[in-house]
Write a protein that binds this ligand. Structure first.
Ligand code: ZN
Length: 123
């Protein structure tokens, strides 16, 4: 009888440990999710803080070399974004010459590259 009781106790012990482990895994997964969710929100706070700080210092004399490089990098990227946006806007006012495939003004009567006469509506 002792042997059977011991076996049942042992089985219960193993079951409890397994059950506890499952609970721990679920809890850990939820905690990991919570951590990454909070990290994402914190990243947005850092970004917002950076934007506010950038606006305050961008036109000032910057002593810190690391900050100076980042401000320069942002200026380069801003310029690139402006250039690309301008290209996009220009592209809206362009058409392709059906004869020579050059990019020309949308309202051109003649192609400025090959001289072909163009339909005004772009057909
Ligand atoms: Zn042409």
């Amino acid at each position: 009888m002792d042997f059977l009781d011991n076996a049942i106790d042992k089985a219960r012990e193993i079951f409890d440990v397994a059950s506890k482990k499952t609970t721990e895994v679920v809890t850990t997964q939820k905690q990991k999710f919570d951590v990454s969710s909070i990290e994402n929100k914190r990243s947005k706070d850092f970004q917002k803080l950076g934007e506010i700080y950038y606006e305050q210092i961008k036109d000032t004399q910057i002593e810190n070399e690391e900050i100076k490089i980042l401000v320069e990098e942002i200026a380069i990227k801003n310029q690139k974004i402006d250039e690309l946006n301008e290209e996009i806007n220009n592209a809206k006012n362009k058409r392709i010459c059906p004869v020579c495939s050059a990019s020309i003004d949308k309202n051109s009567v003649f192609c400025s590259f090959c001289g072909a006469k163009l339909d005004i509506d772009g057909e």
